[in-house]
Design a protein around this ligand. Sequence first.
Ligand code: PHE
Ligand code: NA
Length: 498
Amino acid sequence: APVGRETFSSRKLFILSAIGSAVGLGNIWRFPYIAYENGGGAFLIPYLAALLSAGIPLLFLDYAIGHKFRGSAPLAYRRMHRGAEVLGWWQVLVCFIIAIYYAVIIAWAAMYTWFSVTQAWGDDPGSFFTGEFLGVSETVNVGFNFVPGVFWPLLITWIAVIGIMVAGVRKGISRANGFFLPLLVVMFVLLVAQSLFLPGAIDGLNAFFTPDWAALGDPGVWAAAYGHIFFSLSVAFGIMVTYSSYLKRKTDLTGSGMVVAFSNSAFEILAGIGVFAALGFMAFTAGSAVGDVAVPGIGLAFIAFPTIVSEAPLGGLMGVLFFGSLVFAGITSLISILEVIVAAVQDKMGWPRVKASLAVSIPVAFISLLLFPTATGLYLLDTFDAFVNSFGILAGALVAVILVAWVLRKLPMLSDHLNKVSSVRMRTVWIGLVAVVAPVVLGYILINEFISKIGTTYEDYPAWFVGVFGWGMAAALVVVAVVLTLIPWSPKSKLHHD
Ligand code: PHE
Ligand code: NA
């Protein structure tokens, strides 16, 4: 490995950072409504199946590649095989796209932490969110009419995150996770406890946990479970490859992976309980069924939750705990996304930490600030999110498993590596899951995604808009990944590992 490559100073800090990356916006608002829409309590069966059959095996694969080849995603793949470098750049670019909009949601949550105190949304949180706060324009377009109420918090978010990135693995990433993650756990446990005492909470929990067994016969429900697990565990983004490259030689990889995976799931189920208890209260005050108040997606956090904050006893506190949790969970995930890009540039150019982190973070922040705090930013965010999740992450994961398992046939070697250092050992089962189960499931989900996205224009946005920022963006990533692969490596980078 190149001299001076930083390491996490302890396994504990690595695990904290890996959990910090995994636990993000996906756990807090995505999991609860995905579970609710896909069979409620019965969703736990496909969810656990997806976790055990694909999520954890692919997490181990990322760990094995990062730890064995000790490099950022492009360098680690390149050391595995010359032709695999492009896959690493693909993951870097996916992280770039996610970073530019993920930060925006953190900025919103930061503002809503404050709004929870002032009740800025008045008595119509729905029109406040898209109207006064985001100032969303009627027409779906790209424009540069800035919305200061989003621009300033976004700028502050970026300054904080850039500070962490420049400080590096030990002084920046480890410290930020060591501080934010325990804080997040305390705040979130308080939030869940508070919501369980609200009137109507039990109805919310019943809505969440009452199984719809028929849903298990629906392939879409299984696809939703697998799709969510990949996103939630941050596998196949290059994140876990990068973080595990900073581990010391002798580290229990699979044992750490199990801790990370089960902590992430525990957090998710806790979030489901908290969010649905709160929705039960909302339904109780509105005199309607829980199903009628469960707004999906962004609306759950930024429209339904403010309503609860306004009505609940000690609602302001509840809002601060909820939106504060979103901010902390989001920041620890955002730094992991940026680290993928920073590490890649550092390796490829042979630059020192500070130079690489500034050269990456400043342009990323600039693009984020240019595109999203505008009257049309929400449309762009939504389209990027939808396309990068399906075609960026899932397609990247599919190509990775086919390449590593079938073309390069590296699984036996990677399995040896895992077993040499780890407490939880497996070989045949792991290889079977990565080589056979993962590609079949991913292939199935992707074909369905493709058919559904090609069939109708996404969200009824204009065809040109989805064409450029959905399909066009995905195609551009492939081209840019190839171009980045063609740039020569710095003479300082050792392309062959020892
Ligand atoms: N795992 C994160 C979550 O559940 C998602 C994520 C992490 C997305 C890092 C991008 C980068 O929210
Ligand atoms: Na997660």
